[in-house]
Design a protein around this ligand. Sequence first.
Ligand code: 13P
Length: 281
Amino acid sequence: MPIVKMSELLAKAEKEGYAVGSFSVANMEMVLGVLKAVEETKSPAIIQIAEVRLNHSPLELIGPLMVAAAENCSMPVAVHFDHGKTEEKIRQALEIGFTSVMFDGSHLPFEENATQTAKIKRIAAEYGADCEGEIGCVGGSEDGSEDIAINCTSPDQAAEFHRLTGVDALAVAIGNAHGNYKQTPKLRFDILEQTASKVDVPLVLHGGTGILPDDFRKCISLGIHKINIATATFDRVEQSVRNAYAEENIKGYYDLQSAEVDGAYRNALGHIEIFGCAGKA
Ligand code: 13P
């Protein structure tokens, strides 16, 4: 199946009331594990990598791998550049064939975030790709290097931001944070509901790791149609390898590789079921 655009997947998810999992990957094993779950459950999916991760997984290597994997998958898969910070890397991802990019200007003053996001939206459009923006500020940080405070989205600002930028998907801050939560998150469903009533665009929930299944379902019922999962995948892959060693199942390198694939597969499988996208390809 040809690689698809994020907007295509999210439009169907919005119409049919589910969310598409957007799974961060760092190597081929994670890509294989996620797409195994996607094939098995007949789900749409997004695979993504964030700019801060590129020092571990160079874009010129992992990018073509992600695009090729999406093209080879028999289910609809979009390839997304997560938390883009620089025009240079965003353009590189688009050149490689990513079908969407996020510009994360959430730390910038409103006007500057809107101006820069609108510019990236225009650049993405030149490549026939989609653009995601963020309004408000999701807590933590993508790679755990900073502990950024949560700044909840203002529904009115979200509407103005969408009007100014025309983004295809909008990440909101409703008490969610990247990384493992120190305590169970208390999501502001009231803010999500008000934002969804004012902005006619699929909303995105970042910081998916550690959110309870019922909270995911409630978010989906209130307008979230893309959910980002990163830390849960990395933790599950690591745990899978630890378990395999503890059970003396690793006799050589390829057993180690299988344990990694299996961790990513099981993590994606669980989230796909909760997000309601199984069978929606
Ligand atoms: P987690 O690491 O908390 O799952 O967040 C992922 C994310 O939002 C990536 O953009």
